[in-house]
Design a protein around this ligand. Structure first.
Ligand code: ZN
Length: 380
């Protein structure tokens, strides 16, 4: 519970004003209560008040953006839409991309997780996007601000995508401003009949990639780098995607990492990422999924390497939890996944922290008219 502890430690007007300017809702209410209790002793000069900056020593390190959040499960019951937005509000997350799920189980399946049901085919579907859109239009949430995402895209059947976008345009005009998470290659799904997209498939994406480009819509692509036996087996597929669509806003989910690739040398990984970031200025990295922390960042000496890398590319990554809203989970799970996926933030320099944790990179990528606060210099 690092957030709450930090909130309770707030004791100056500076923190209260920062919080008022940047964090809202419950988080503000808690800090507001602190203001009532401490206003008498707070410095009237309010040293940092005029700056309106973000004090990393006193404010939470958890990200205010969740760019990778599945509001729909693979199958079975979902956590109700407004319960999930309530989680975000409570956790201090103020912006999120609303993903469906790129792989749904058949409607008559009793499974809630595809790994429990090898042999059962999973496939992208419009159902979860349309449910999300209907819930969104009905609830009209303002805080958190939500961006609907098109998750239905079957990259192995690209001819089905433009008609799908046309249907969404008709039913929910202007509402879908993100695409993904879509699966280029996801090894975890191989037992469920998923096959990697081919180079021919990638070539045939051109019509829908043009639509996304013209609308400035980012697409988050799940593309496994490889596995422990062949760590870069699938890298050519991602490279082909980038080579063909250098002007699209492509977000590489999980930086290509996965449970199947637990032992990649961080230096080798970082070299690949740097080469591609340098070659493709519109490429962004998605830091979502606790597997990144559990399998990589938490190992001795590894966090420093990735933090230094992100400090060299402070504008090129966005945060997310990869939470999947199946009904067997509750707020505690969301809070934990947000905390775990945010631990890397603590190791970042101020510029990358502002870009990632405070949302500046997400705002820019998403065309949101919002600016993250500067980080207070004196606090570091
Ligand atoms: Zn995901």
């Amino acid at each position: 519970m690092p957030c709450r502890q930090r909130r309770r430690s707030a004791s100056t007007r500076e923190v209260v004003i920062n919080s008022y300017a940047f964090r809202t809702g419950r988080r503000f209410a808690v800090v507001g209560a602190v203001l009532t209790a401490t206003a008498v002793v707070a410095s009237p000069a309010g040293a940092g008040a005029a700056r309106g900056c973000f004090d990393r020593a006193k404010e939470p390190y958890t990200s205010v953006v969740d760019s990778h959040l599945h509001f729909r499960p693979f199958g079975g019951r979902a956590i109700p839409f407004e319960e999930v937005t309530g989680y975000l509000h409570k956790a201090g997350v103020r912006h999120a991309s609303v993903y469906g799920i790129g792989q749904t189980l058949p409607v008559d399946s009793g499974c809630t997780y595809y790994l429990d049901c090898p042999g059962t085919p999973v496939a992208p579907s419009m159902k979860n996007d349309l449910v999300n859109a209907a819930n969104y239009v009905e609830a009209k949430p303002q805080d958190p601000a939500l961006t609907l995402s098109m998750t239905f895209m079957d990259l192995n059947r690209p001819e089905t995508i433009p008609p799908g976008i046309a249907l969404y345009d008709k039913e929910f005009p202007g509402k879908f401003r993100w695409a993904g998470e879509v699966n280029l290659v996801k090894q975890a799904l191989f037992p469920n009949h998923h096959t990697p997209a081919t180079n021919k498939n990638i070539e045939d994406w051109a019509p829908f990639m043009k639509v996304l480009r013209e609308r400035g819509i980012p697409i988050t692509i799940h593309a496994d780098l490889g596995n422990d036996r062949e760590p870069t087996k699938y890298l050519p597929l991602m490279e082909e995607t980038l080579r063909r669509y250098p002007h699209n806003k492509i977000v590489w989910a999980h930086m290509g990492l996965s449970k199947e690739l637990a032992t990649l040398d961080p230096d080798q990984h970082i070299r690949i990422l740097e080469r591609l970031l340098d070659a493709y200025p519109r490429l962004a990295l998605d830091l979502s999924w606790r597997v990144l922390e559990d399998q990589y960042f938490s190992k001795p000496g590894v966090r420093e390497k990735y933090a230094a890398f992100l400090d060299r590319y402070p504008t090129r990554a966005i945060p997310g939890t990869d939470f999947v809203a199946s009904r067997n989970k509750d707020y505690k799970v969301y809070e934990e996944e947000l905390e775990v996926t945010s631990r890397i933030n603590k190791a970042l320099g101020d510029k990358a922290f502002r870009g990632i944790a405070l949302g500046e990179n997400y705002f820019r990528l998403n065309g949101v008219k919002e600016t993250a606060p500067e980080v207070c210099k004196a606090a570091r």
